[in-house]
Structures are given as structure tokens and as C-alpha cells.
Design a protein around this ligand. Structure first.
Ligand code: SF4
Length: 488
């Protein structure tokens, strides 16, 4: 039996490069120098699980990593002649991915299994379109049982059956590293990673409940946090380091790396005991659980950066989203991280539930203050996108806040506001994100010049993207600076 497991198409019909992350949010970028590939980790775990448990010819393909448009990806998949095709798509790319899969089915009768965010949100619609099976939520074992031939009515997680209980993450093998190289995702790599870092996962889940969060609400449907066995994590790092000598570090890119203090203390000690502390580590952390003790342990183990979700400065938005952060406490933690030499990276979002221009201006002011005080080194700005299947989506639908005339490709967290509130319309939301972007880039430029880091930045961009990439990025910065000067 031939099975193809395929990540999304990598270039959409408007020639945007797709940064695909269906359990978070996906976006399209026009400039290829702004593109990078996330390791499609849920699909990659599925691939290794199927390879371990069933006898079949299994092939893993990533149209995003290969930067393939629909036609090229169709040709590649068709060449494999799959009897079963498994795809995970975000709403952003669902139309094109569905068309591609149905075209393959039409030619060779392939059985189609769709998993992940959009499949979980609209299973009825996907069945009607001709997709054969929809796996809801955390899907690894659902797909395994389906392929093993278990009676459909007995497979939990298979639409329309009830959801499957959350899996034991220690039962999973290490994710796919044969048909795609995990190191390939570090080259060019997540743009905010400063080293060649392989994306890795020591835990799954989050005890929080942000109303826009796809992982929390669609994949897990409950608050949870599951940690991996530490010995197994260490062995995986050693395996990766041996296989990829050019690897410089690890990006722990799970939902919340630091939920339990004991876990961080044990993991960091195990990193030191195994001599892996020469590597550079960064991790997605949750400010609410972060402590000085944890930060000190991380620093000793080689962590050079933490990433945290700040999202908003507005208490009104925090309450509407369902994530309360004490801003003064947050600053204290960031200051401490910087004091001991750990860099900080924060995420901010605009147009979330409860927002308006005044509330989002507070977020811009906070962002500016954190940068000016030099307790935030880098940051990500997004437009809060009501991904179908989340409470935020239901809220905007029920209140008639979905922007008119949207199609699925518009569910793009980077560029397009899919929400238009009565007193804060989509154009204003997009302009607030743009304003934040221009201010951020201006402060970065100012600080690079002040700290004489400008030449270092030029060299690093040149090394990573070559001369054309350098010109494109420099031109972009120049235009950004003009906008800043023009707008102030
Ligand atoms: S803190 Fe992050 S992972 Fe947790 S629910 Fe909120 S967005 Fe999701």
C-alpha cells in the first residue's frame, strides 16, 4: 500500500509563499526573503508513527519546504501514485489543497484523509466536497487506526464519532527525519532564531484558554499540559547533533515549554549533565509560569532566548481573550532575563476580542516602552484572526463581526484583518498593525545605528539571503523608515 502524507501547497495562486502552521496561524508573504518553513510537526509525528506501526510504502512530502505551487505539487504527488493521501491544511490554504487532493482522487481513485484545523472545524463541508475521512483534533492515533482497518464506528476522533482522549506523548516515536531533513527547516530557519536551530518539542498543550488559540481549542479541546520523558528528549538532541554536525541549537517550539518548574529544573540539569549546554537553546515560554529560578537554570543550560506571548496591554482585551497578564510583573521577569543574559522575544496581536483603536494603541505604547527600555529584543506582530473552530470565530460570527466578502485565503494572520467591529473596522485594524510594524522597525534601526550593530546586521542578512536578499531587505527597511518619518 502506498501512502503519501503531504503538508500544504507552498505557493498560493497569487504567488504568495506560504508559512504554514495550521495549529497556530498560517500566512502568505510576497517577498521570498521573508519566507521560512515551520517543521510540520504534527504531520511529522504521524509519519513516524505510521512508519513504525504499519507495513506500507509511506512517503512524506512538504510542499511548503519545497516551495511548490499547486501544479508542481500535484505532479509530484501524482508521481507517487498514492492509494491513500493524508493532508493537513489550515483554512488559509484549504481551497487549493482540497482542489489538489480531489484532482488526484479523480485520476487514480486515491482515498483522501484530511486532518487538523480546517478539517476539524468544517468536517461536514469537507465530506460533501469529496474528502473521504476527517480526523478531528489530535489525530495521530485516529489515522493509524483508520489505516489499520478498524471499524469506522469504533475509531474515536474520526468524524462523526466522539473525540479521542488526548494521547500519551511518550508513546510517539521521534518525528519524521528521513523523507525530509529536520535540519532543512533550520536553513534558512525561523527568522528570529539566531543560529541553525532544529525545531523540537518537549511537551504538548497549554493550561491556558485564549479564545483565538487553535491548538488549545481545536487540537486538544481542553486545558492540558503533557511533558515528555527527559531522558528521551536528551537522546533526541544527541541523535540530531550526531546526524547534523552543523546544527547549532534547538528551538523548543511547543505551546508552553515552562509550565512546570520541576520539569525545567530536571531538563536543564540533564542538558548540562549530557554536555549539551554548548548548544544554543530557545523556547516558547509562558510568562505566567516563568520564575527567576527557572530563568537562571535555563541560562546555565545554554538557553539564549525565551519567547513569550504578551499579546496586548489592554486589560479589556485580556479579559475578552481569556489571558490575564500582570504587566508590571511581566516587565520584572523580562528585566531579570536580560540581566542574566537571556534575550527576550514577545508576540503582540491587534484586533482581538474587546479591542478598539484606543485599546490597541495601549499595546503599541507598551511595545515601544519595552523596546526603548531594552527589555525586549525582538517581537512578532499579528492580526488576531478568527480561525474557524475557535471560540473567537464563533464570537465574531454570532456578533456579525466577520468582514464582508471574505474567502478562506483571507484567514491570514499576517496581513489581513478578517474581523470588522462596528467601531473598529478592518482597515483601521490593519493600519494599527502597520503602525506598530513601522515603529518597531524604526526603533530597531535606531538601536542598530546607536549600538554600531548596523554593519553586523548587513553581514548577517547577506550571509543568510545572499546579495539579492540583502538588497530586498535593505529596500524594505528604507521604505519602512520613510513611512515612519512621513507618519510622525
Ligand atoms: S497561552 Fe498560547 S498556547 Fe496557551 S491558550 Fe493562549 S495562545 Fe494558546
Amino acid at each position: 500500500m502506498k501512502i503519501v502524507i503531504a503538508n500544504s501547497i507552498g505557493i498560493d495562486k497569487n504567488r504568495n509563499y506560504i508559512i504554514h502552521s495550521p495549529s497556530r496561524w498560517s500566512e502568505g508573504v510576497r517577498n521570498k526573503y521573508h519566507w521560512f518553513a515551520y517543521y510540520p510537526w504534527e504531520l511529522a509525528y504521524l509519519s513516524s508513527l505510521l512508519k513504525e506501526r504499519i507495513k506500507a510504502d509511506i512517503c512524506f512530502l512538504d510542499g511548503c519546504l519545497m516551495r511548490l505551487d499547486k501544479q508542481a505539487y500535484y505532479n509530484l504527488i501524482l508521481k507517487e501514485k498514492p492509494e491513500i493521501l493524508i493532508m493537513e491544511s489550515s483554512t488559509r490554504m484549504i481551497d487549493e489543497n482540497t482542489e489538489l487532493a480531489l484532482d488526484i482522487k479523480k485520476i487514480i481513485g486515491t482515498k483522501l484523509i484530511f486532518v487538523g484545523q480546517h478539517a476539524s472545524a468544517f468536517p461536514d463541508e469537507m465530506l460533501e466536497k469529496g474528502i473521504d475521512h476527517l480526523c478531528i483534533g489530535e489525530y495521530e492515533y485516529t489515522v493509524l487506526e483508520l489505516i489499520q482497518g478498524k471499524a469506522l464506528k469504533d475509531i474515536s476522533g474520526l468524524f462523526p464519532n466522539a473525540r479521542r482522549p488526548l494521547l500519551d506523548i511518550n508513546s510517539l516515536p521521534w518525528p519524521e527525519d528521513t523523507d525530509v531533513s529536520r535540519f532543512a527547516y533550520a536553513m534558512p530557519g525561523e527568522p528570529s532564531s539566531e543560529y541553525h536551530e532544529i525545531q523540537m518539542y518537549t511537551s504538548r498543550g497549554c493550561p491556558g484558554g485564549c479564545n483565538f488559540c487553535v491548538a488549545r481549542h481545536i487540537y486538544y479541546a481542553q486545558p492540558n499540559w503533557r511533558a515528555r520523558n527527559i531522558k528521551n528528549v536528551i537522546n533526541e538532541i544527541i541523535y540530531l547533533k550526531d546526524k547534523y554536525p552543523r546544527m547549532q541549537g534547538v528551538f523548543f517550539d511547543e505551546e508552553a515549554h515552562n509550565v512546570k518548574k520541576e520539569f525545567i529544573m530536571e531538563l536543564t540539569q540533564a542538558i548540562i549533565d549530557s554536555g549539551l549546554d554548548k548548544l544554543k537553546f530557545e523556547a516558547m515560554c509562558d510568562l505566567r509560569f516563568l520564575s527567576e529560578e527557572m530563568l537562571e537554570a535555563m541560562k546555565k543550560a545554554g538557553y539564549y532566548k525565551i519567547r513569550v506571548g504578551i499579546e496586548t496591554a489592554s486589560e479589556k482585551v485580556m479579559d475578552a481573550v481569556g489571558k490575564r497578564i500582570d504587566i508590571e510583573l511581566m516587565k520584572k521577569k523580562l528585566r531579570f532575563a536580560k540581566k542574566i543574559g537571556i534575550k527576550t522575544y514577545g508576540t503582540f496581536t491587534f484586533g482581538a476580542a474587546g479591542s478598539d483603536e484606543k485599546e490597541d494603541q495601549k499595546t503599541i505604547d507598551l511595545m515601544r516602552n519595552l523596546l526603548k527600555e531594552n527589555i525586549l529584543d525582538n517581537l512578532q506582530l499579528s492580526i488576531c484572526t478568527p480561525q474557524p473552530g475557535t471560540p473567537f470565530y464563533n464570537y465574531v460570527k454570532e456578533n456579525n463581526f466577520l468582514r464582508n466578502g471574505l474567502c478562506y485565503k483571507d484567514f491570514d494572520g499576517g496581513n489581513i484583518a478578517a474581523v470588522s467591529y462596528h467601531d473598529y473596522d478592518y482597515k483601521k485594524i490593519e493600519s494599527m498593525k502597520q503602525k506598530a510594524l513601522v515603529i518597531r522597525d524604526h526603533i530597531f534601526l535606531e538601536s542598530k545605528i546607536k549600538n554600531q550593530n548596523f554593519m553586523r546586521w548587513c553581514v548577517s542578512v547577506f550571509r543568510k539571503h545572499g546579495i539579492l536578499g540583502f538588497i530586498a531587505k535593505a529596500f524594505n527597511r528604507f521604505i519602512g523608515e520613510l513611512k515612519f518619518q512621513f507618519k510622525r
